[in-house]
Design a protein around this ligand. Structure first.
Ligand code: G4P
Length: 545
């Protein structure tokens, strides 16, 4: 079953029935996980099942023997973490699946948030031995902000780990989310032999010598089915029977609506490395993942993805993917209609017409020109400086989607270059990187634009910044950390900028000339609030459109 898209939300005409079918078959999702839980490995297996790669091991890992397809940047390779997010597309069960990668590192949760704005669902990956880790929790909280449905995949069942009942209890308690086990593992670690699919009432036993990913499938009549004795040792049979008796009696049937509302998370078990349980997850995913959803505009109108009016928003900008060409690509999530390369669109914020002539889709670093794409898809469009994160384009110019809020930076620094002549070049580079959303820039009005204050959310972003300035712009910078840790945008009750504050508070401006106070500590914020009781100190603001 999959939810049909309501087509009556906009009064305007819809795309052709053929294009409607294309839109209905799109599924766009992201995987979130703590580093090392197996995101790269699972992604690889999904691409394998989708026929994009033909041998596992083509997508590269971190240990150096393989190169991570989704990791573009040198630093990512050095550090073995995924910083930027990429998009991968594959077909499975007649559906077109767009998988968006998310950075696992905590310093990049803002990037994750932006990616989650562009998907309809997420898959939370959990290591069976480690359970809910610190990053899983933070990323889960980001998911909750968006209220999207979450699948859970418990990975590394081929290793010893927590027993499934304890793990489910831990997920439910730590994340305050109800779980619904769709599959159940038959053994764990050395004893892991297969899984029981509770929805199809079938058991799957994997190739026992683990030399390939073949499996045998049987109907399963219930916990007492003798098939268990054929494949599992006596102790495991007993444990599986006890567990199944317990969950079968305690759990109500799977409620799709509760899942779509984000109230329950369906859980599947497997081993990404052994390619066990990945197909079961994909079958379940393709049956229940929501198709492109209707989206709300700033004017509170709801636009159906089936609308003939093409619309989309930029959720990510990536500069210098190809250093030789100094290119800049804006990643556009198509929200409604059909994209055709070369089409003219209206840019809502700039009130300007643009032609989208250069457009590509990605399997990580491999770029392919795309001529046609549909609501639900992500296309990368060439950008000559027109786009900022959150911008909407549409064919009738009347659509502007909700802004993507920025996270308030907590770390601040000034950068300097040894050779003063290169300062202009550095400032240009900083401006590029701030438009990408990699950093935020602030200006002291007394000094002006010759010297920026750089703000970031996490420590590693500074490291990436220095690395990219060197690698992409050939600028070596010295960084001086500043004592600020809080940035707030003072607004009045109508949301308008406040340009003067009572008390001795220095006002800076951001890159769209909005006043900001930078403070050393939270305590100073209490003081500012006391002195200026009518002022709202916002953690972020929407850009005027
Ligand atoms: P990440 O992207 O979430 O950070 O994780 P990644 O896929 O890189 O996996 C982290 C490590 O966990 C890798 O080991 C990977 O092989 C291993 N792994 C992933 N899934 C499974 C699984 O289902 N079972 C087992 N046993 N291991 C799994 P590594 O030693 O860092 O790299 P490699 O040399 O194995 O490639």
């Amino acid at each position: 079953m999959s939810t049909a898209i309501p087509s009556t939300l906009t009064a305007g005409p819809l795309v052709s029935p053929q294009d409607q079918t294309e839109i209905q078959r799109r599924r766009t999702f992201a995987i979130i996980s703590h580093p090392d839980a197996g995101k790269t490995t699972l992604t690889e297996k999904l691409l394998y099942h989708g026929g994009v790669i033909h041998e596992t091991g083509e997508v590269k890992g971190k240990s150096g023997t393989k190169a991570v397809t989704s990791d573009w940047m040198e630093l990512e390779r050095q550090k073995g973490i995924s910083i930027t997010s990429s998009v991968m597309t594959f077909d499975y069960n007649q559906l077109r699946i767009n998988l968006l990668d998310t950075p696992g590192h905590k310093d990049f949760s803002e990037d994750t948030y932006r990616v989650l704005m562009a998907v309809e669902s997420a898959c939370m990956l959990i290591d069976v031995a480690k359970g809910v880790e610190e990053r899983t929790k933070k990323l889960y909280d980001v998911c909750r902000l968006r209220n999207i449905p979450i699948f859970t995949f418990v990975n590394k069942l081929d290793r010893e780990g927590k027993d499934p009942l304890t793990l489910i209890d831990e997920i439910e308690k730590t994340l305050n989310m109800q779980c619904y086990p769709v599959t159940w593992p038959l053994g764990i670690g050395q004893r892991f032999k297969g899984i029981y699919n509770r929805l199809t009432k079938k058991v799957l036993f994997y190739n026992q010598r683990r030399e390939d990913d073949s499996f045998e499938e049987f109907d399963f009549s219930g916990p007492q089915d003798p098939i268990l004795e054929k494949y599992l040792d006596h102790e495991t049979v007993q444990q599986v029977r006890d567990e199944l008796e317990l969950i079968e009696s305690a759990l109500p049937p799977f409620d799709v609506q509760d899942f779509l509302d984000g109230k329950i998370s369906p859980v599947t078990f497997g081993s990404a490395k052994q390619n066990f349980g990945v197909n079961t997850f994909l079958d379940f995913f393709t049956q229940y993942a929501p198709p492109p959803c209707a989206r709300m505009t700033l004017k509170n109108e709801t636009i159906t993805p089936l609308s003939q009016n093409f619309s989309g928003f930029v959720f990510k900008i990536q500069a210098n993917m190809d250093k030789r060409h100094r290119d800049r690509i804006a990643f556009l999530r198509i929200c409604s209609g059909k994209f055709e390369r070369g089409m003219k669109v209206q840019h809502a914020r700039l009130q300007k017409e643009l032609r989208l002539s250069y457009s590509s889709q990605f399997v990580a670093a491999d770029k392919e020109t795309v001529d046609i794409a549909y609501a639900g898809d992500i296309v990368g469009v060439g950008d000559t400086g027109n786009f900022a994160i959150g911008d909407t384009v549409s064919s009738n110019g009347k659509v502007a989607y909700e802004d993507i809020p920025k996270f308030a930076p907590e770390l601040f620094a000034k950068l300097s270059v040894r050779d003063a002549l290169r300062r202009t070049k550095m400032n240009e580079a900083l401006k590029h990187l701030s438009e990408e959303g990699a950093i935020q820039l602030f200006v002291d009005p007394i000094i002006g634009h010759q010297e920026y204050i750089v703000g970031v959310v996490g420590e590693l972003q500074f490291e990436v910044l220095q690395h990219r300035l060197m690698d992409e712009y050939n600028i070596e910078v010295k960084m001086t950390r500043l004592g600020f840790s809080v940035a707030r945008w003072p607004r009045n009750s109508e949301g308008k900028a406040v340009h003067q504050l009572k008390g001795n508070f220095n006002l800076f401006v951001d890159m769209i000339e909005q006043p900001v106070i930078l403070l050393n500590q939270e305590w100073d914020l209490n003081w500012a609030q006391k002195e200026n009781p009518d002022v709202v100190f916002a953690t972020s603001i929407s850009r005027a459109r």
